[in-house]
Every structure is written in C-alpha cells, then in structure tokens.
Design a protein around this ligand. Structure first.
Ligand SMILES: [Zn+2]
Length: 247
C-alpha cells in the first residue's frame, strides 16, 4: 500500500459490515451472492443487518439442456434462490429480470440499481468485481460495472430523477483479485452457505457441488481463520482515483 493510499484509508472511513443497518447485494444470476458471500450474508443477517438481493438477470440461460432454458429455467432458479435465501436469512429478493446473456446494457443496470439504492437506502452496495482479470462473462461484467456506476452516480437526477439525501458509505466487491477486507466467519456460517448453494440444483450436480464445496472451503482459509474476502472502497474512489488500486 502506498503512503497516499494509507492516508486516504484514514481519511475515508469505510464502515464495518456489522455497523450496517441494510446492505444491497447486486448479483448477475441467482446463486452468485450465495457462492461468493453467502457466509457473510448468514452472519450479518444473524446480527440483524437487513440483506437485500438484487438479481439482474432471470437466470434463464444457465443450462446446457435446450429443453428447459428460458422461462421454465428462470422459474426453477427463482425458487432455488428463495430456498437459499431462507437458509441465509436474506430479508428481500428483488428481480430485474433482464434476459440472461441478453443484450441489455450497463446503462440499464445502472438506472435500475440507482433506483433501488434510492429506495432501499443501503449502507453498503456489494457486487461482483467488474475489474476481475480474465472475467469474460458478459452478465458479470455488466452487473459489476452497472452497479458500480450506480453507486457512484445515484444522486444525479440525470441517472435517477428527483433528489436523495441518502449516502452509500462503501462499495464492496466480491470475487475480487484485489481483496483489502477479510471478513471473519464461523464454521456454521460456511456450512449454511454450502447448504444454500446446494439449493441451486439446476446448476450443480453432486460431483460439481462437491468440487465447489472443496474450493470454497479452501478459499475461506486465511491465517488460521475462516473468511470471505472483499475489495471495499468508499464510493468517491470509483472515479479519477488511481489510489483505489492499492486502497
Ligand atoms: Zn453468475
């Protein structure tokens, strides 16, 4: 961390996750937040934080089986997400219903997310890191970028008509290659996360579920603790600040 990044860290106070009243998790597909931050969701909801999931796509492209893709798969995935959300204690599920792998734009995601930021008034917006090196999935790139732009610009009437006095205190990227925050979880939160992921039966057969459980359990181990890793930034740093890289 450069000196300036360190100084900025002292200057911009980013909130502790547990101090939040509400958080908004913007995910491309039903299952992404469960996989990437499910244990954090479980722990925070246990502590009384209200967790909202905003799912950008309808999930209708997530199968190689031609017979179920589209509307039918979308319905299955929504009910899987509801079951998983119940296990993790998610407060509310919101669906933008853009077509999975469809031709919607970053600007559309930005507008809709900004509307929900104004409405829900979250302390922190969580989303996939759109700057993840080698990420190619268009839904992930558009969701991460649209949610980041919304977090930076939601106050502007051009983005969202009217005014707001709400202040989002931070954006927190999951699936990041540049974590700066390692949120400690307990074994029981990890177990709930794995149970939640297992609800997404249309996505994982027994073998891939085992592999994913192994991977996520290994990924959670950090300095003798269990954690989920995030890159947390004050929203101000989402524009013209190269120090964000090392923040
Ligand atoms: Zn996804």
């Amino acid at each position: 961390m450069t000196d300036l990044s360190q100084k900025l860290r002292e200057f911009f106070m980013v909130p502790n996750f547990e101090e939040c009243e509400k958080i908004l998790c913007v995910q491309p597909h039903p299952d992404d937040a469960d996989i990437s931050m499910g244990a954090t969701v479980s722990k925070l909801s246990e502590k009384g934080v209200k967790v909202y999931y905003l799912t950008v796509t309808d999930g209708g492209a997530g199968s190689q089986d031609q017979k179920i893709v589209g509307q039918r798969l979308s319905e299955i995935r929504k009910s899987e997400q509801q079951n998983a959300a119940r296990i993790l204690g998610v407060h509310e599920l919101i669906w933008l219903d853009f077509e999975d792998l469809g031709d919607y734009t970053i600007e559309q995601v930005r507008t809709k997310t900004a509307e929900y930021i104004r409405k829900i008034k979250p302390d922190i917006v969580f989303t996939v890191d759109p700057f993840l090196v080698y990420e190619v999935h268009p839904d992930h790139i558009k969701t991460g970028m649209g949610a980041s732009q919304a977090t930076s610009l939601y106050r502007l009437p051009k983005v969202c008509p009217g005014t707001t006095d709400h202040e989002v205190k931070a954006i927190s990227f999951f699936n990041t290659a540049f974590p700066n925050t390692f949120y400690e979880i307990e074994q029981r939160h990890l177990e709930k996360k794995l149970l939640a992921i297992a609800q997404h039966r249309s996505q994982f057969d027994e073998k891939s579920l085992q592999m994913l459980s192994f991977y996520l359990t290994e990924r959670a181990k950090y300095n003798e603790k269990l954690v989920e890793a995030f890159k947390v930034l004050p929203p101000t740093m989402l524009h013209v600040m190269p120090e964000a890289v090392k923040f």
